[in-house]
Design a protein around this ligand. Structure first.
Ligand SMILES: Cc1cc2nc3c(=O)[nH]c(=O)nc-3n(C[C@H](O)[C@H](O)[C@H](O)COP(=O)(O)OP(=O)(O)OC[C@H]3O[C@@H](n4cnc5c(N)ncnc54)[C@H](O)[C@@H]3O)c2cc1C
Length: 505
């Protein structure tokens, strides 16, 4: 069925590129409209859910009884769970496990505050976690949070729509925390790590985990060896810990999960990030889709200290490869007429940094006494490059599954598979849709112009909903709604007949 739809779609794109006759267009619009209505009715009626098995944790609300029931008998260097990496995934997992009463160790190779190369865009889901942890309130008090409420998108041919979508998002949702915010990771990650510490997790910084092995004597589970370098100049020493469960939360390169053969692929994407000051940006968030970068893009988010974080994302699906990052970053920041215009005549650049993006989820994120979460598990959206809220969601899911498993005394692979089922149930459809969308927009950049043009005609509510979909608040199936898909299709047809206006300088 999906192959048939793909073929029909390719035929349609071929047709509109050849300036079709009215009759052929009407035939195609009716066909596509009919298909979309069928898909929408299928989804809206919930028939599909009858065929998909919900993970037990979602079916059974009792799974939330994950709290420790017995007093811990663990020795000083023994833990229920050892988490490697205190980024958003590791720290969130530790926060909930500590809340459930478990003895949790978090080993982080750096000392906070530590930099993380990121676009610093926080979606509504991320903000909800930060609020629950009390972190958002602290950051707001310290003036480190900037709203991304006004902004928009610029299509590959320069069609653009910029508006205060934040006000509309707030109106639709009734909550100002649905509007994405920009928070520098150097501030956010430290607060999240401190929140897990306050909740009772044992966070040890300056601990580079170098070796893990199965432990069969005494506490069954894992023996973890780390090189500890004291903050003040001092000799690096080896330290050893024991834990029943190991959680790999060591980010996209995930050396640990790779060494354990849980992760077997290279990260598929990469992104650069540079902070820019002395710019002339008039709104606080713009997404540019320059043709040479597609299906990747370039984002500019304004921070509360006046800096803009400018990222160039390279994701699979089109021509650019990871090796092209340097030249495409250079293109976006010095040649693209619309980006350079937004930056103004005299931007001041900090050092460009780059980091990998592991995309779309891994097939095996669980084993006996082990889970892989966050970027290490590939939980980054394949089209948008966003990963913070998936990281935090996966951290919480892992904590719930582990809490239940430790309490029941069963840490087997079979038991921990529930974690993979849970994140697949929540994210796999959207990741799949994003993957397909990436391939489509790389092949037909016109589709993104059609989005920009439709947003321009339909106004702020449409942009607000598009922003909610692309930031993971709403499902990507929004694109299948007839009141969304049909106007988009019409724009594609109109743009292919009348062409896009010349790219404005
Ligand atoms: C350029 C760029 C821009 C991005 N922009 C956005 C954005 O705007 N919005 C968004 O939502 N997402 C964005 N992402 C994705 C986001 O950064 C990640 O999804 C998120 O950081 C994942 O969190 P994590 O905790 O899984 O991993 P990380 O944040 O990478 O944390 C991993 C931690 O593990 C530690 N560690 C690693 N190895 C060891 C070891 N051996 N021993 C001890 N500790 C170790 C590291 O020091 C680090 O603190 C971007 C990514 C990139 C590269």
């Amino acid at each position: 069925m999906s192959e048939l739809l793909k073929t029909k779609f390719d035929e349609l794109m071929l047709l509109v590129q050849q300036k079709p006759s009215k009759q052929a267009l009407i035939k195609w619009l009716l066909f596509s409209g009919g298909i979309l209505i069928l898909i929408y009715v299928y989804k809206a009626s919930g028939i599909g859910k009858l065929f998909r098995k919900k993970p037990r944790a979602i079916r059974d609300p009792n799974i939330n009884s994950t709290h420790r029931s017995k007093q811990s008998t663990l020795k000083e260097n023994e833990y229920d769970v050892c988490i490697v990496g205190a980024g958003p995934s590791g720290a969130t997992c530790a926060y909930y496990l500590a809340k459930f009463g478990y003895k949790v160790l978090v080993l982080e190779q750096k000392y906070f505050p530590r930099e993380k190369t990121c676009g610093d865009g926080c979606t509504a889901k991320t903000l909800a976690y930060l609020k629950e942890m009390g972190v958002l309130q602290e950051l707001e008090k310290e003036g480190k949070v900037a709203s991304m409420g006004s902004g928009g998108i610029v299509g590959p041919n320069g069609l653009s729509f910029i508006e205060n979508s934040g006000a509309t998002i707030e109106k639709i949702s009734g909550d100002n925390n649905w509007t994405p915010k920009a928070i520098k990771r150097i501030h956010m990650d430290e607060k999240v790590a401190r929140a897990c510490q306050k909740m009772g997790a044992d966070l040890k910084e300056g601990m580079d985990v170098t070796k893990v092995s199965r432990n069969f004597v005494g506490l069954k589970g894992w023996s973890i060896v780390a090189n500890h370098t004291p903050k003040e100049d001092g000799e690096t020493k080896q330290v050893k810990f024991l834990a029943s469960v190991l959680v790999c939360a060591d980010g996209a390169p995930s050396k640990l999960a790779t060494s354990l053969k849980m992760v077997n692929e290279e990260p598929q994407g990469i992104s650069s990030r540079v902070y820019v000051s002395n710019h002339k940006m008039e709104t606080n968030c713009i997404i540019f889709y320059p043709k040479p970068v597609l299906p990747g893009y370039c984002s500019m988010f304004c921070h509360s200290d006046g800096d803009v974080s400018l990222c160039t994302y390279i994701v699979p699906g089109g021509k650019p490869t990871k090796d092209d990052l340097g030249k495409l970053h250079e293109y976006c920041t010095t040649e693209d007429p619309l980006i350079t215009k937004a930056l103004g005549p005299n931007p001041q650049w900090q050092q460009m940094k780059a980091a990998y993006l592991r995309l779309g989820g891994i097939s095996n994120s669980y084993g006996d006494n082990i889970l892989v979460i966050g970027d290490a598990c590939g939980l980054i959206n394949p089209m948008t490059g966003e990963g913070i809220h998936y990281a935090m969601d996966s951290g919480k899911m892992a904590a719930e599954v582990l809490g239940d498993a430790i309490k029941g005394g069963d840490l087997s692979k079979n038991k921990l598979k529930l974690y993979q089922d849970m994140w697949e149930y929540q994210f796999a459809n959207d990741f799949h849709f994003s993957n397909e969308a990436a391939v489509l927009v790389a092949k037909y950049p016109l589709l993104l112009d059609a989005v920009a043009s439709a947003v321009k005609k339909k106004g702020g509510k449409f942009l607000a909903e598009f922003a909610m979909v692309s930031s993971g608040v709403k499902s990507w199936s929004w694109f299948l709604r007839p009141d969304v898909a049909l106007p988009l299709l019409l724009e594609v047809v109109l743009l292919s007949i009348f062409g896009t206006p010349k790219r404005q300088k």
